[in-house]
Design a protein around this ligand. Structure first.
Ligand SMILES: Nc1ncnc2c1ncn2[C@@H]1O[C@H](COP(=O)(O)OP(=O)(O)O)[C@@H](O)[C@H]1O
Ligand SMILES: [Mg+2]
Length: 386
């Protein structure tokens, strides 16, 4: 372990460790010195340094990245003539310690976003039926907020649809550190989906209690770190999972996606009933597929009629007794569909297209509501923020 007095060629153990403290684990995003990844530091007479690093798991996909980062950081220490990195793997005991550390010593199964004083805004995106663009809206809002510098994650709780990873172009799979799950990310958005846990994307026919457990695990066992915003892509309708969300994250606010043509009253009534029962706030309505710019003229073609979003918002306002606004209307845009198909949301691929601009505007409204993080901490808050 550390030999405080070791000095060779002007290189101190302290200076090497200070350099290592600037190296973050690429997945956990905390200094490797803080999470028990530095096994040993040896400094030779000629200034050559040998650092042994513990990987969390043996097949760690980040081994190259870690080696490079450690080499670069230590090579920059004055007096160091060479750097050698040796990799080792944590024992079960060490992994357990790490997972306790990452949880901030909190007991298992606690959902950080449900704790009083949480700084993460949780939006549960809901709709009356499928195919209205709920997932498309979710991923675009997430990507737009991440592009604005917010820390954002999406939980694909649409157990039957799970289209979020494809729409965001997420290719990695979650990695596991003891009983913590590290989510993959794309476009700066962390993503967990039930699809990542089913071989070959097999359709999942799970019953309510299993869905509840899956959602609980996504929320409690995934290492999310500090988040400004968490978006939950719910299955259509107001089934078990909506109730589960209300139980697991009572402070989640509901975001309704509808088309202009929807059986507006029905959607509103159902969402309103659930919200009243669960005391959840409905943050607003997003009308999707509201018109299509005519390719031959300047007119908008109202493919699915008009006014559905406003009708839903008005009905909800009456039923919950608080103003429910229409947050935006997203036109039909081929680029939105293409963006979903190739994994680059339209807010990034064509930010100034009508659909891209409308979605960015909604993201600005929802993201702008986040509270400052400075000086406050979550159960899982890393000590260093950047
Ligand atoms: N505004 C839009 N313009 C063009 N295509 C859209 C729009 N919104 C959604 N789509 C397309 O409609 C289909 C259904 O959208 P999706 O987001 O999967 O709906 P849901 O999650 O509600 O089932 C997808 O192919 C998507 O690309
Ligand atoms: Mg969907």
């Amino acid at each position: 372990m550390a030999n405080e007095t070791e000095v060779a060629a002007g290189v101190t153990d302290e200076s090497v460790r200070a350099a290592l403290a600037t190296v973050n684990d690429p997945e956990i995003n905390r200094p490797i010195t803080e999470i028990g990844m530095v096994k040993s530091v040896e400094i030779a007479e000629d200034g050559a340094v040998r650092v042994a690093v513990y990987l969390t798991v043996s097949g760690c996909p980040m081994r190259e990245t870690i080696t490079t980062r450690v080499t670069e950081a230590v090579a920059a220490v004055p007096g160091v003539t060479a750097v050698e990195v040796e990799l080792d793997v944590m024992s079960d005991e060490q992994r357990k310690e790490l997972s306790t550390l990452l949880r901030g010593g909190a007991p298992e199964r606690e959902i950080p976003f449900a704790k009083p004083g949480t700084l993460t805004r949780v939006y549960a995106v809901a709709s009356g039926k499928g195919g209205v663009g709920k997932s498309s809206v979710t991923v675009n809002l997430a990507a737009a907020m991440a592009a604005d510098g917010l820390k954002v994650a999406v939980v694909d709780a649409d157990i039957y649809g799970h289209s979020v990873p494809r729409m965001l172009g997420v290719e990695g799979r979650p990695t596991q550190v003891q009983d913590m799950i590290m989510p993959p990310s794309s476009h700066g958005v962390k993503v967990i989906s039930i699809g990542m846990f089913t071989p070959g994307n097999a359709p999942v026919v799970w019953r309510g209690p299993m869905l509840h457990r899956a959602l609980q695990q996504f929320l409690a066992d995934v290492y999310w770190g500090d988040l400004d915003v968490l978006l939950l892509d719910l299955p259509p309708g107001t089934g078990d999972i909506a109730i589960s969300v209300a139980q697991l994250v009572p402070n989640a606010e509901i975001l309704i996606v509808t088309t202009p043509q929807m059986a507006a009253a029905e959607v509103a009534e159902r969402a309103g009933t659930i919200a009243l029962q669960t005391h959840q706030k409905i943050v607003g309505v997003i009308e999707n597929m509201s018109g299509m710019p005519c390719p031959h003229c300047d007119e908008m073609i109202d493919v699915f009629g008009t006014g559905g979003g406003q009708t839903v918002a008005d009905a909800l306002t009456r039923s919950v007794g608080a103003t429910v606004p229409v947050l935006g209307s997203i036109p039909i845009d081929v680029r939105l569909r293409e963006g979903g198909d190739d994994g680059t949301p339209v807010v990034l691929a064509a930010p100034d297209s009508p659909a891209g601009a409308a979605l960015r505007s909604v993201a600005g409204k929802l993201g702008g509501r986040q509270r400052g993080l400075s000086g406050l901490s979550l159960g899982l808050t890393p000590k260093n923020k950047f």
